[in-house]
Design a protein around this ligand. Structure first.
Ligand code: ADP
Ligand code: GN1
Ligand code: MG
Length: 371
């Protein structure tokens, strides 16, 4: 990192209520949204690590409300973790306040930063290495939902309105195709046609919600495998991170997004789509873990719609990548040419594979739902 960047970050870090000398602050992790840094400090008791994030205020426009959600949720989790005899310093994020007692720091140019405890002796993964890890992540995400079941949902702000409203996202996609501001639609004709051919799927879940057939719960809404920390020694999923999108939502969104990312045999940005498929063994492990983690709270309709959650979250995410490609890569971080188009292709290949494996997907859910 350039000395000037380090100096800038050091000035930011000095505004947080931690004692010590900053040794380093380096870019960290592979999230698509925030700028994340690993901060190492020398303190009287030894070295301590922290996570510093420059929040994406373009995407999360109301920082005050976003941080109010996160401090509320983490406080609630601390109480629950204490009650079950867990270690709150490792099993949930903690917001480290600024010296003025605020949950984030706004610098002179309007950038907003927050600081968290670093979850030590644990790791997050961009791909499943050991199938057991995936099962553990399922239990933990299911559990997370149970821990928040009594959270006063009415006090939560909607940090990104209509985040998983797939129908609205479809309308935004259609506008992006029509406007074609970058002249890129010509490169994405098969992908655009794929989205159009799935129009009927877009509102299936929101229609059920409206009819009262699926309950609104407090959900995480971004349940990628790299948003969970697994203990290095036991392999257990110990801490759910990336709480920016915790909002009222559907359980099948949380289930579905995990399958989209973790049960794919290839990476989200694999260029060779012949390597993309749904790994049914991983899918089965996740189904079992998630149902267990939710501790019997899922209704019959929620269970029945789990496969649909997986398909729609994958379709929606592909459509979001494609929309961003057409709009000029204004939302997701990109690291190479056509990155969003590549990502969208993997998502649509995965949707197509799910459609081929639909009966098996349903049979697997049935097997665990009936137990
Ligand atoms: P984004 O919204 O950009 O995805 P995240 O909050 O998910 O940002 O952080 C990006 C990555 O940084 C995570 O995937 C994880 O690897 C790492 N990370 C974030 N918070 C912590 C933490 N408290 N302790 C350890 N690692 C963390
Ligand atoms: C983003 O923040 P991150 O990288 O964990 C995105 C998710 C997408 C995901 C695709 C706030 O997740 O919705 O599913 O990328 N988060 C936001 O990888 O838009
Ligand atoms: Mg993340």
């Amino acid at each position: 990192m350039e000395t000037a960047d380090f100096e800038m970050l050091r000035n930011v870090i000095e505004n947080f209520s931690i004692e010590g000398t900053v040794l380093s602050a380096e870019p960290y992790g592979s999230g698509h949204i925030n700028d994340t840094y690993l901060v190492v400090e020398e303190q009287p008791k030894g070295r301590r690590r922290y996570i510093l994030q420059r929040m994406n205020t373009g995407i999360f426009q109301n920082t005050e409300e976003l941080m109010e959600n996160i401090t509320g949720i983490t406080r609630h989790l601390v109480e629950k973790i204490k009650k079950r005899g867990g270690d709150p310093m490792r099993e949930t994020l903690h917001v480290i306040p600024t010296r003025e007692g605020r949950s984030y720091y706004r610098d002179g140019d309007g950038s907003c930063y927050r600081m968290y405890n670093f979850i030590e002796d644990a790791a997050s993964f961009d791909a499943v290495k050991n199938p057991k890890d995936f099962y553990e992540s399922a239990v933990a995400f299911g559990n997370f939902q149970s821990l928040l079941a009594d959270y006063p949902a009415g006090t939560l702000h909607e940090t990104i309105p209509d985040f998983h409203n797939t129908g609205k996202r479809f309308q935004t996609f259609l506008r992006a195709v029509q406007e074609d501001v970058q002249g890129r639609a010509v490169n994405a004709q098969p992908e655009i046609a794929f989205v159009r051919s799935h129009e009927a799927d877009m509102t299936v879940l929101t229609d059920m919600l409206e009819r009262g057939e699926l309950p609104l719960r407090v959900t995480h809404n971004d349940t990628k495998l790299n948003n969970i920390m697994l203990d290095n020694e036991t392999g257990k999923a110990i801490c759910v991170i990336d709480l920016d999108t915790v909002m009222p939502g559907l359980s099948v969104y949380d289930f579905g997004d995990s399958i989209r990312f973790g049960a794919n045999t290839a990476a989200e940005d694999e260029e060779d789509v012949s390597r993309v498929s749904l790994d049914l063994n991983l899918y089965e492990l996740y189904v079992r873990g998630y149902i267990e983690g939710c501790k019997g709270s899922l209704t019959e309709n929620e269970l029945r719609m789990l496969p649909m959650g997986a398909k729609i979250m994958t379709l929606e995410c592909g459509m979001r990548f494609l929309t961003d490609y057409l709009q000029g890569d204004v939302y997701f971080k990109v690291h190479k040419k056509d990155h969003n188009l590549i990502r969208c292709r993997t998502q649509f290949s995965l949707v197509a594979d799910m459609e081929r494996k639909w009966e098996e997907m349903e049979a697997i859910v049935k097997k665990y739902a009936d137990q």
